[in-house]
Structure formats: structure tokens, C-alpha cells
Design a protein around this ligand. Structure first.
Ligand SMILES: [Cu+2]
Length: 161
């Protein structure tokens, strides 16, 4: 019983902390109920924020986001991909952005990014966050030479709606 109570308090604390982290000045209590799940993982968006795939094979940075921070509706991202040595990756891979809402177990539409051809820059337009709440931005990289292996880097942002 004591163990259950402790777990409950811990989870409650995490939820409150998550909401506070997503607060952009608006009153959290006015947020719809469906934004209260999964928000504990939300990151604060800053230009250039980056995430690495396991083993650091690739690092994906969000060099530009429109709107910034990402929000409900259509989001356009300019991504920068580098390899383990920090070198820009301009080809030889397929980069797909999968929006995913872990609290509800659904996505929206995957977006295949287009390489600009220099500086490791890739465009991912129209990443559609169809509802407010916590969204994972899953960066799925497969190499042309090994399409069976998926390298995944993940950001999580709260869409305020
Ligand atoms: Cu949802």
C-alpha cells in the first residue's frame, strides 16, 4: 500500500512538472484534458535543438521551425543531419519525420524530408499536428545501403493548440 502511494505521488509530481515545463505563460488549468498525458516528456524548443540516434550514428538538429515552437497544425522544419564524425549528411539516406502522439497511440501523416544538397540541410514541410498535446517528432533514418536498419532520433514537444 505504501509503495502504491509513493508511486502515485511520484507520478503526480512528474505530471505537474511536465505541465510547468510546457507552460508558455498561459494558465495550465485552461488546457484541454487530453493535453495532460505525456507532457512530462515535452522539451523546450530552441533553435538548433538536436537529438542523436542510438550509438550516435546520426544527429538531427532542428535548424528552423515554423512556427517556433512547433504547434498544432502544419509545421515546417529545416533539419540538419550530421554523422558520428560531425560531418554533414546530404545523401545516401532517407529521412522521414513521423509525428507521433504517445498518449493516444496515433500519428498523423509521415513526411519524407528533401535534401537541399549542402550543409546537411533537409526540408520537412507540412508536419501536421492534428490536435494539441505532447507530440514526438520521430526522425527516422534509413541508409540506402541498409534499408533494413532504422536509426531513430526523437524530440518531444507540447502543441498548445
Ligand atoms: Cu491524440
Amino acid at each position: 500500500m505504501r509503495r502504491i502511494s509513493t508511486l502515485f505521488i511520484l507520478l503526480t509530481t512528474l505530471a505537474v512538472t511536465g505541465l510547468a515545463a510546457c507552460d508558455d505563460g498561459e494558465t495550465p488549468s485552461t488546457a484541454p484534458a487530453d493535453t495532460s498525458d505525456g507532457t512530462e516528456n515535452c522539451q523546450t524548443y530552441v533553435q538548433g535543438i538536436s537529438a542523436a540516434t542510438p550509438e550516435g550514428t546520426y544527429t538531427v538538429a532542428i535548424s528552423e521551425a515554423t512556427p517556433a515552437p512547433p504547434d498544432k497544425g502544419l509545421n515546417t522544419l529545416m533539419l540538419t543531419v550530421t554523422d558520428a564524425g560531425g560531418n554533414p549528411v546530404d545523401g545516401g539516406i532517407t529521412l522521414v519525420v513521423e509525428p507521433w502522439m504517445p498518449a493516444h497511440g496515433h500519428g498523423s501523416t509521415n513526411v519524407t524530408a528533401t535534401a537541399r544538397g549542402s550543409n546537411g540541410e533537409w526540408d520537412a514541410p507540412d508536419v501536421n499536428l492534428i490536435m494539441p498535446g505532447a507530440w514526438e517528432f520521430r526522425m527516422l533514418i534509413t541508409e540506402d545501403a541498409d534499408t533494413a536498419t532504422e536509426h531513430k532520433a526523437v524530440f518531444t514537444f507540447c502543441a498548445e493548440g
